[in-house]
Design a protein around this ligand. Structure first.
Ligand SMILES: *Cc1c(COP(=O)(O)O)cnc(C)c1O
Length: 349
């Protein structure tokens, strides 16, 4: 393979959705978050695989992303836009039947005036202070807005990946206070919230990262593998250095492989001298600086020259690579570069 290849297992995504659906519990719907091009994995294929698994309610960050999901899925599934009804988006929301989650009085006014009768939800701020209507505003506007029949009231947890964080209960209480007795379907939990247990699930859950194999859903099936072709190998002598800033120096006679992919492909520069690559079962340390288009690995101990090495696979998960880079799986996934060949695995049925 002459190109760095990102393999995306659509069956694993479907299985992860089913597992999140089981965890969400009986009588609770399970949505699917496919913002940022399905966390960098390609929204057309991923959204179709999720719809086939049974997902009916999708979440995206912006209307343009909603348009891509609608194009992939056709009419039917509900596509919710987390940024709400932004100025200039009215036609797209109407024509493609998107459901904006209204975040402010300004958005409420815009939506009810421009598209009366068109489906909408409401995002409430329960303490994250990022998006949504706050308690006092909500108390003022709720009587009118509930009359217009929102399809959902939702909020988002700031610290759900830390089960013992006091913020979780505070936000849960605020959400109850703002929504109890409304009779409108409610949604609070993303992946982390699903793991917190049933009292966080309400009527609809919104998993994202769990579908794609990342923490905190620890029993997720692995979704991505990344294999990098070796462009060239060379022998270096003790005392010789490799790459920019001579950041790695050979202590013994070594064989260095240069591989095709670098920080322009999302292999963060913070992986310099840190990550591991794998020749099947054998680890090969990434050595020296990550360059824009290349990385280097120490393959001295291999008995045969491989054509490629894996940087994501059975021996190094997304979270492990993210840890090595000092970041989180979300950033690594969404930063996967456009130059990778994307190969989708899907059982034929
Ligand atoms: C991104 C996002 C999600 C999904 O979160 P994960 O942690 O990836 O499961 C759910 N809800 C909202 C509002 C989001 O922004």
């Amino acid at each position: 393979m002459a190109t760095a290849t990102l393999t995306i297992d659509l069956d694993a995504i479907a299985n992860n959705w089913r597992a999140m659906d089981r965890l969400s519990g009986q009588g609770v719907q399970t949505g699917a978050v496919v913002k940022a091009d399905a966390y960098g994995l390609g929204v057309p294929r991923v959204a179709r695989a999720l719809a086939q698994a049974g997902a009916r309610r999708f979440f995206v960050a912006a209307s343009e992303e909603g348009a891509a999901v609608r194009q992939a899925l056709g009419p039917g599934p509900q596509i919710n836009v987390l940024s709400g009804h932004m100025a200039g988006d009215t036609d797209m929301i109407a024509d493609l039947d998107l459901t904006p989650m209204l975040n402010s009085l300004e958005q409420i006014t815009r939506h009810l005036e421009a598209l009366p009768g068109h489906a909408f939800g409401v995002q409430l701020d329960t303490g994250m202070n990022r998006l949504g209507i706050e308690m006092l505003e909500w108390q003022a506007v709720a009587p009118i807005l509930l009359e217009a029949g929102p399809v959902m009231l939702m909020s988002h947890l700031a610290c759900a990946d830390e089960p013992d964080h006091p913020m979780n209960l505070l936000q849960l209480e605020a959400f109850h206070e703002m929504t109890d007795g409304t009779g409108i379907p409610r949604s609070l939990a993303a992946t982390g919230g699903i793991m917190l247990g049933p009292k966080y699930h309400f009527d609809l859950t919104r998993p994202g990262i769990g579908l794609y194999g990342g923490r905190p859903f620890d029993t997720a099936q692995r979704v991505v593998s990344l294999s990098l072709p070796i462009i060239q190998t060379r022998e270096v002598q003790p005392g010789e250095a490799v790459g920019y800033s001579c950041a790695w120096e050979a202590e013994q006679q070594s064989i260095v492989a240069t591989l095709q992919a670098g920080y322009a492909d999302g292999l963060l520069r913070s992986l310099s001298n840190k990550a591991m690559l794998w020749d099947r079962e054998t680890p090969c340390p990434l050595i020296g600086r990550v360059s824009m288009d290349m990385i280097t690995a120490d393959i001295t101990h291999l008995s045969e020259m491989p054509k490629s090495l894996d940087i994501l696979g059975p021996h190094q998960t997304l979270d492990e690579l993210a840890d090595a880079a000092g970041t989180i799986s979300y950033e690594l996934l969404t930063g996967m570069g456009a130059r990778y060949l994307r190969r989708y695995l899907e059982a034929r049925n």
